[in-house]
Design a protein. Structure first.
Length: 400
């Protein structure tokens, strides 16, 4: 049975504040540019997913990272549309350097009981010519070293990329691509993010109890609720309660947004905007509070072609795409943007992972059609000036 939407939880792993990073003013300005772009993109994506049935969980940072590597090879209107969707300044030539600086700072958060690991991968068809300058940019700013693969061997290529996915997510996501994805693929760009953190204030397993969770359709289900009584950052707003649970070291936290009963999640989502999120961060204050939240574990996957097209970058998926920054020619377009994610929240803390792959395909192959009448068919003989049908029939067995 499909899970009903249980989005009383907004998972925000990267609640980044200035004090968390020791950096120059120049670096801080670079961080702020990317953070602002990522958070706008995060809410844009949520608005496109909120009508999906069941649980939702995704990494806007992973999606943005994989698309940023793709953006590095875009030109013309393709680049303009992608910049608009990703909230980049198209004229900012240091955008990739800014991303590199932020990634370096995020890597430094992996200390003690916190693991935050980022990885980028690139696989190029050995039978296709790419610009050295493009791969040099990816290596310098994304630490993504291009590997040559024979994409005509879809089984082997899928195995290579899925093995990388499993390794980078510590086995939480073991498969992101299929052999069929490589029939006319020429380049794959991937990002993986893995997080594991223990709560600063852990929940006592002995206090976990079965209790009732009310679904959207008002049905009740029994599930395990964890309990914590402590002083935490909290805000009681007009439409929702907001709680922040810090992870060990307090540089990362989980924010939980619980819409009021009268409003409900469906109505709340209509006004769920980035501006509200920013206001909540400024309104949180330390409060003595009893906390009851359910343990949960969920997986999510989606193909983002339609979502990204609807957000404003359809050209990138069309024959009009210009990714000449990759090959020097306009011979590639995005075929698929695939995303998978995993999260588990329990008494000790949280473990989460996400992978995004952008699969680039050869344009010319898109419109190569095949007509093979190897099954029953209908035929017509007509006069062409009037289109009057003279004969009409069906062939079920040409040997009869």
């Amino acid at each position: 049975m499909k899970n009903k939407k249980v989005i009383s939880l907004l998972i925000t792993f990267l609640v980044l504040s200035g004090p968390n990073f020791k950096c120059s003013e120049e670096k801080e300005a670079s961080f702020n540019t990317i953070i602002e772009a990522n958070n706008k993109f995060a809410f844009d994506i949520y608005k496109k997913l909120e009508n999906d049935e069941g649980n939702i969980f995704y990494s806007p940072y992973s999606l943005s990272s994989a698309l940023s590597m793709t953006y590095a090879g875009a030109n013309g209107e393709t680049k303009s549309q992608m910049a608009n969707v990703l909230h980049f300044d198209e004229n900012n030539k240091s955008i990739h350097k800014s991303i590199a600086l932020l990634n370096e700072s995020l890597d430094e958060l992996s200390k003690g009981n916190i693991q935050l690991e980022l990885a980028n991968g690139v696989w190029a068809d050995i039978n296709w010519k790419f610009l050295d300058s493009y791969f040099e940019l990816l290596a310098e700013n994304y630490k993504a070293i291009a590997r040559n693969v024979d994409m005509s061997d879809g089984i082997k290529t899928a195995q290579i990329i899925n093995d990388w996915t499993s390794e980078k997510t510590h086995g939480k996501i073991t498969k992101i691509v299929n052999p069929d994805d490589f029939k006319i693929a020429r380049l794959v760009l991937a990002n993986a993010i893995y997080f594991k953190g223990t709560w600063k204030y852990t929940f006592d397993k002995k206090q976990t109890r079965k209790s009732t969770f009310v679904l959207n359709d008002k049905r009740n289900v029994k599930t395990d609720f964890m309990f914590l009584s402590d002083t935490l950052k909290y805000f009681d707003g007009e439409h929702a309660q907001v709680l922040e649970l810090p992870y060990s070291g307090e540089k990362l936290s989980m924010m939980i947004v619980l819409p009021n009963k009268k409003i409900g999640i469906k109505n709340f989502e209509k006004e769920f905007l980035l501006e509200e999120y920013l206001k909540w961060n400024n309104s949180l204050s330390l409060t003595s509070i009893d906390v009851y939240i359910p343990k949960f574990k969920t997986k999510y996957e989606k193909e983002f072609k339609q979502v990204l097209s609807d957000l404003g970058m359809p050209i990138a998926f069309s024959r009009a795409a210009d990714f000449s920054g990759m090959t020097g020619m306009q011979d590639l377009q995005i075929d698929k943007v695939k995303h998978k994610s995993f999260i588990e929240v329990n008494e000790e803390g949280s473990e989460a992972a996400a992978v995004t792959v952008v699969i680039m395909r050869e344009k010319s192959s898109i419109y190569k059609k095949t007509f093979r009448a190897n099954r029953p068919f209908i035929f017509i003989i007509k006069e062409n000036s009037s289109n009057i049908i003279l004969f009409m029939g069906r062939i079920e067995n040409p040997n009869v």
